[in-house]
Design a protein around this ligand. Structure first.
Ligand SMILES: [Mg+2]
Length: 209
């Protein structure tokens, strides 16, 4: 991911702060927007300190570390660990294609699952991240342009968020609500969609990672 891609994500998060706080207020403690903005601001500072060498690996590493060090709660540690795991599997010559995105999202999903002990259907950010990853699997890519795959992945992410409305929360503060958590989107899944939408917009315009 280039610094420009990260900047597009940061901008999207800043503009959705109130939306994410409001979502979190319905089934949690109302601070998800604030936490995401904290992470975005720290990421922005970290990117300003990256001198010159801005390959995807370095950018993801800088953002991941900034998020882990500056964002409290489960969102910070899960997003941060996911970003670092994604950075880990990239080399400095990584190109933007379906294979790379499958690898990046697989690494992030696996690490987030390992840490959070959550599965698909538990009403977490994984309900958005796993459908994105699955879109880029080789068997789904046959005969499709990269552009088409980005659109499919964005739609799958949106459907994943929509589905979290019907799910009972199994993780985090919302889990205490049990069935009362039904009817509301998961804030973490919502922020994951916001991040991915911003990346898709950037990638479609620039064709750069
Ligand atoms: Mg919260």
């Amino acid at each position: 991911m280039t610094r420009d891609a990260a900047t597009a994500v940061i901008k999207a998060i800043l503009s959705e702060k109130d939306f994410l706080n409001d979502l979190d207020a319905k089934i949690g403690d109302g601070d998800h927007g604030l936490n995401m903005v904290r992470g975005a601001t720290a990421a922005s500072d970290a990117l300003n300190e990256l001198n010159g060498d801005e390959n995807a690996k370095n950018v993801l590493q800088a953002v991941g570390n900034a998020v882990i060090m500056n964002v409290g709660g489960s969102a910070g540690s899960l997003y941060g660990a996911g970003l670092l795991a994604a950075a880990e599997i990239l080399d400095e010559n990584a190109v933007l294609d379906a294979k790379t995105l499958e690898n990046v999202f697989s690494a992030a999903v696996n690490e987030i699952q390992r840490r959070g002990q959550a599965n698909l259907g538990d009403k977490t950010l994984l309900d958005v991240l796993i459908p994105i990853r699955d879109t880029f699997k080789a068997e789904n890519c046959v005969g499709k342009s990269f552009e088409t795959l980005l659109t499919e992945a964005r739609d799958a992410a949106r459907d994943g968020l929509e589905l979290t409305k019907s799910l009972i929360a199994k993780k985090g503060r919302a889990a205490a609500l049990g069935k009362a958590s039904i009817g509301f989107e998961d804030p973490g899944a919502a922020s994951a969609l916001i991040i991915f939408r911003a990346l898709c917009g950037f990638w479609k315009d620039s064709r750069r990672f």
